[in-house]
Design a protein around this ligand. Structure first.
Ligand SMILES: *[C@@H]1O[C@H](CO)[C@@H](O)[C@H](O)[C@H]1NC(C)=O
Length: 433
């Protein structure tokens, strides 16, 4: 018995070792010492002093003060920074793109996403209109936008994920993971929990639809779409039409001062007849010949041409952050590009899972302190709230300023970011498709 089971056990062991050994990490950045030699800050928006500075920090609250990342540190600024890795193609491989992000500022309008870029990029010029391959991560603006973006570039066109995935909105660290498989399926995880999954074919409009309604098809003349018909068996009751609509009011009496000579013969006024039911109609029955609502048959779309490499990005080479922030304080950490879902999961466990409780405790402590200080500053309270509200109103005006991510999608200039809401920008992208 033991001898028979051992080959299986051994092969399982070998298999597990192979899977781990075969995990390929294309890029991993934990922001330890030396990170500055790996990341290049772009000169984009430096003219006019609109390029924001990054702060190398673990933030105001954290689970481990030594675990640092990079945090946006100036309000109303553009941020662009990128790192290069050895070029690779994800053909026949799973692609995993993962990072953690913490919005310490209580983000009300701004992005927290990262990008994967391909080919040759001048990292010193990396900015809002640099073409990218994948843009992924949370985006928040006002009450309307609180979502996870997953934008895929296909043949030069940026395509938005058609499903809505809410992002985290608190002030704690969260891990975002995008997984793309060689069978053109994907999944999106937040904090190692799958939030969405599906197919590139259905959840983005990368290719024309496989099946369409036959445009040539017409509803047959004799197609019976009536669900109910008058009952042919139903007969009008005898005397039905003899029932008058109105009858004399039996309660009416001739007024005492009625003068037949002058006023003519008195007749009682009429009232609606409670017996009267309107013109006779046969009752309705289910139509035995009902064929249902007519629908054009689906046919193969002649425009559809499959692309077996739909999921392939043949020369991925950079990872970058390109953001506009109204309020700074977004902290990125633990950036990973690899081909192994398990490896990514482990990294999230070793970093996020390990620190999250301590971070939450530190955050609660910081909040308590902040509230106490605010109460001290203004014992009559309430004004504090007012300040907050004012700020909120301010940033509502900034809703338009956002659009950030959206403009990149249609490759328009960053200045355009300052007009139009994100919604219309997204629609503009869709119109492009
Ligand atoms: C960097 O972050 C730390 C921790 O939040 C903070 O104390 C410090 O003031 C920040 N520095 C800048 C330049 O923003």
């Amino acid at each position: 018995m033991a001898r028979r089971s051992s080959p299986a056990a051994i092969s399982f062991l070998v298999f597990s070792m192979l899977t781990i050994a075969s995990a390929k990490v294309f890029f991993e950045e934990r922001f330890n010492d030396g990170w500055e030699s790996r990341w290049i800050k772009s000169d984009w928006k430096k003219d006019g002093n609109m390029a924001g500075e990054w702060n190398y920090t673990s933030g105001k609250w954290n689970g481990d003060p030594n675990d640092k990342g990079i945090q946006t540190s100036e309000d109303y600024r553009f941020y662009a920074i990128s790192a290069e890795f050895p070029e690779f193609s994800n053909k026949d491989k799973t692609l995993v793109f993962q990072f953690s992000v913490k919005h310490e500022q209580k983000l009300d309008c701004g992005g927290g996403y990262m990008k994967l870029l391909s080919g040759a990029v001048d990292q010193k010029k990396f900015g809002g209109h640099t073409p990218y391959s994948i843009m992924f991560g949370p985006d928040i603006c006002g009450h309307s936008t609180k979502k996870v973006h997953a934008i895929l570039n296909y043949n030069g066109v940026n395509n938005l994920l058609k499903k809505d995935i809410p992002c985290e909105t608190d002030q704690l660290t969260h891990v975002y993971t995008f997984i793309l498989h060689p069978d053109a399926t994907y999944s999106i995880l937040i904090d190692n929990v799958e939030k969405e999954s599906g197919s590139l074919y259905s959840d983005w409009d990368l290719l024309p639809q496989k099946k369409i309604k036959d445009p040539e098809a017409k509803k047959p003349e004799d197609w019976d779409e009536k669900e109910y018909i008058p009952d042919p068996e139903d007969r009008k009751p005898e005397g039905y039409d003899d029932i008058p609509k109105e009858i004399p009011d039996a309660d009416a009496t001739k007024p005492e001062d009625w003068d037949e000579e002058e006023d003519g013969e008195w007749t009682a006024p009429t009232i609606p007849n409670p017996e009267y039911k309107g013109p006779w109609k046969p009752k309705k029955i289910k139509n035995p010949n009902y064929q249902g609502k007519w629908k054009a048959p689906m046919i193969d779309n002649p425009e559809f041409k499959d692309d077996p490499d739909l999921y392939v990005y043949p020369n991925l080479k950079y990872v970058g952050v390109e953001l506009w922030q109204v309020k700074s304080g977004t902290l990125f950490d633990n950036v990973l590009v690899c081909d192994d879902v398990e490896y990514a999961k482990k990294l999230a466990e070793e970093t996020w899972s390990k620190n999250k409780d301590a971070e939450k405790a530190a955050f609660d402590e910081a909040e308590k302190k902040r509230e106490e200080e605010e109460a001290k500053k203004d014992p009559a309270d309430s004004d504090v709230e007012d300040e907050d509200t004012d700020e909120g109103a301010d940033s509502d005006a900034d809703v338009d300023l956002d659009g950030t991510s959206e403009t990149d999608k249609d490759g328009s200039d960053a200045e355009v970011k300052e007009s139009g809401t994100s919604k219309t920008k997204e629609e503009a992208v869709k119109d492009e498709l």
